[in-house]
Design a protein around this ligand. Structure first.
Ligand SMILES: CC(=O)SCCNC(=O)CCNC(=O)[C@H](O)C(C)(C)COP(=O)(O)OP(=O)(O)OC[C@H]1O[C@@H](n2cnc3c(N)ncnc32)[C@H](O)[C@@H]1OP(=O)(O)O
Ligand SMILES: CC(=O)C(=O)O
Length: 530
């Protein structure tokens, strides 16, 4: 018989306190739908009354499987809950649950609130009771609980007990400053669980010593049955406990899976990677490649010795199957690679070659030689595909670039503003036909890209839907010997994306290589013949 653990997501509330993150109402609705789809038990939407977005979010009834939760402060000292505008906004919220925040550290009560310890307890008691009387499921976040417990255990415990006795379903112990260590969390939660039943206790851990996940798990082992966290670890300062790490750990690691059950099913777990990446996409943030479970590198193998074993049995270097979290295995080709990496990568890009085929060793040598010059194929699948296909003699010469020219000019315009213009000219040969195109752009690469894709003769119709979506530049070696690596991400109308690489001491030249590789890849992948 397993015990139920409840997952509480605060991406939309504590996650909104992340530097650089601003949610619109539409973002919040999309993210809430993603979280609900995963099977979380509670979604904390925000703080009604604090800002127009959150007020609008809670102005209408939202229908989620999860308990939709409004967050806010307990009543202020010197007034009743009924006369506190902040509490009133919460009581009016279209929500299933209310999560109050209250101080649990005597020092904070004195310094931050300027209230007495009893006034703070009264704030907890009256606010919880008022929300409970209105039919909400009520929770209380005990802010600074662990620091408060270390300073004055009796008072911190009294705060927790007061909330429980006033009717709070959950009393959440917060490591607000994020400096508590797992062994301390374990010990303190164990102590609290002797006064408030564990199935009413939650943990809210911040990541300031990078142990928010470990602290949450320690709290569970010590008795807490609700875990608060955020997707991708968003949150104030260094973030909150990352639910994208906690959820698979609870489901896939025997020590937890045998003891506990959660609302996320094994089937929903396979949506985790896409949920994590969609969140980043909505926030316009690059996904963390190295994120456990969901990162692009979480199941990537670079070292030749590892790749050789992974090709025989993936479990040799994987702690869980990548598909269980909706991620995938990736065997990279780099200068750390052996033939197994090349074979795996060839297979992944759809090229089947026998291990003893002499071309495999030649491709590996070429990759290593090029990586020593600054190329990186780990993130440039399409250029690797073309390199391998070219070495097999399977890439036709669709077009040859005879020359190109780029002009960048800065000048005053008629309105008296200083503006810059870029113009490019490209001369290509397609079969026997010579074509010259010119184009303007908002920068030299943009102009070059536009000129190159303006007229490719008989191939033009095949590249009309090609679009450049990202452009990344890295300077290698530094100093006078510096070379530039450019990675270009392209996309087409079929929704496919691919990345190509170019390297040169000259950034325009490196970009041009990546651009021409991108066009060639598009033609090859779409099976365009000569
Ligand atoms: C640990 C956490 O993450 S808690 C979540 C914190 N989140 C946020 O603060 C984001 C949203 N907050 C806001 O938009 C604003 O702070 C508001 C609307 C809530 C309040 O704004 P203001 O009324 O201008 O107050 P301000 O933000 O300057 O200060 C907070 C006030 O709340 C009081 N307060 C803080 N915590 C509590 C509490 N748990 N119970 C009662 N009062 C509290 C403080 O003493 C301070 O009061 P003071 O102005 O009389 O000194
Ligand atoms: C409530 C909360 O976010 C904290 O104490 O960190």
């Amino acid at each position: 018989m397993t015990e139920r653990l409840y997952l509480f997501d605060t991406t939309l509330r504590d996650g909104a306190q992340t530097t650089g993150v601003d949610f619109t109402l539409d973002d919040k609705l999309k993210i809430a739908a993603l979280l609900d789809d995963l099977g979380l038990d509670y979604i904390e939407g925000g703080y009604p009354g604090a800002n127009p977005t959150d007020t609008a979010l809670f102005a209408e009834k939202r229908s989620y499987r999860a308990g939709f939760t409004a967050f806010g402060m307990t009543k202020r000292a010197g007034r009743s809950a009924a006369n506190d505008p902040g509490v009133a906004a919460l009581l009016e919220a279209e929500a299933d649950a209310i999560c109050f925040v209250a101080k649990a550290w005597d020092y904070h009560v004195h310094v931050a609130l300027g209230a007495t310890l009893d006034e703070n307890l009264e704030g907890i008691r009256d606010s919880v009771a008022a929300a409970k009387a209105r039919g909400f499921e009520v929770m209380l976040d005990c802010e600074h609980f662990f620091d408060g417990f270390k300073a004055n255990p009796a008072y911190a415990l009294t705060c927790a007990r007061t909330a429980f006795e006033a009717g709070a379903r959950w009393v959440v112990l917060c490591d607000t400053n994020g400096g508590t260590l797992p062994e301390e969390v374990f010990e303190i939660v164990g102590e609290v669980a002797r006064h408030v039943p564990g199935d009413h206790l939650g943990i809210h851990a911040h990541n300031d010593t990078e142990q928010a996940v470990a602290n949450s798990l320690a709290a569970v082992r010590a008795g807490c049955r609700q875990i608060q966290g955020t997707m991708n670890g968003l949150g104030e300062r260094c973030g909150n406990a990352n639910l994208a790490s906690i959820i698979p750990t609870l489901l896939l690691k025997t020590a937890y899976a045998e003891r506990f059950s959660i609302g996320v099913s094994a089937d929903r777990l396979t949506h985790l990677t896409s949920a994590s990446r969609r969140l980043d996409e909505l926030l316009n943030r690059s996904p963390n490649r190295h994120a456990p479970y969901v990162g692009a590198s979480a199941f990537a193998t670079k070292a030749g010795i590892h790749a050789s074993a992974v090709m025989k049995e993936p479990e040799t270097y994987e702690h869980v199957p990548p598909a269980s979290v909706g991620n995938r295995r990736h065997v990279l080709v780099s200068e750390q690679a052996g033939k197994s990496n090349v074979l795996a990568e060839l297979e992944r890009v759809g090229l089947t070659v026998a291990k003893d085929d002499p071309r495999v060793a030649r491709i590996l040598d070429e990759v290593k030689e090029r990586e020593s010059l600054g190329y990186a194929y780990e993130g440039a699948d399409a250029s690797f595909f073309l390199l391998a296909k070219r070495m097999m003699g399977e890439v036709p010469v669709f077009f040859e670039v005879e020359r190109f020219k780029v002009n960048v000019e800065r000048r005053w315009n008629a309105l008296g503003d200083l503006v810059s213009f870029s113009e490019a000219t490209v001369k290509v040969k397609v079969g026997d036909e010579e074509l010259i195109s010119a184009a303007e752009g908002n920068g030299p690469i943009n102009a070059l890209d536009a000129a190159l894709r303006k007229d490719l003769g008989k191939y033009q119709r095949f590249i009309e839907d090609l679009e450049l979506v990202d452009f990344r530049v890295r300077i290698l070696n530094g100093g006078t010997g510096a070379v530039t690596r450019v990675l270009i991400e392209s996309k087409d109308g079929q929704g496919e994306t691919w990345t190509t690489v170019g390297v040169s001491p000259n950034i325009i030249d490196a970009s041009f290589q990546a651009l021409t590789d991108s066009i060639t890849y598009k033609l090859v992948k779409d099976g365009v013949g000569i």
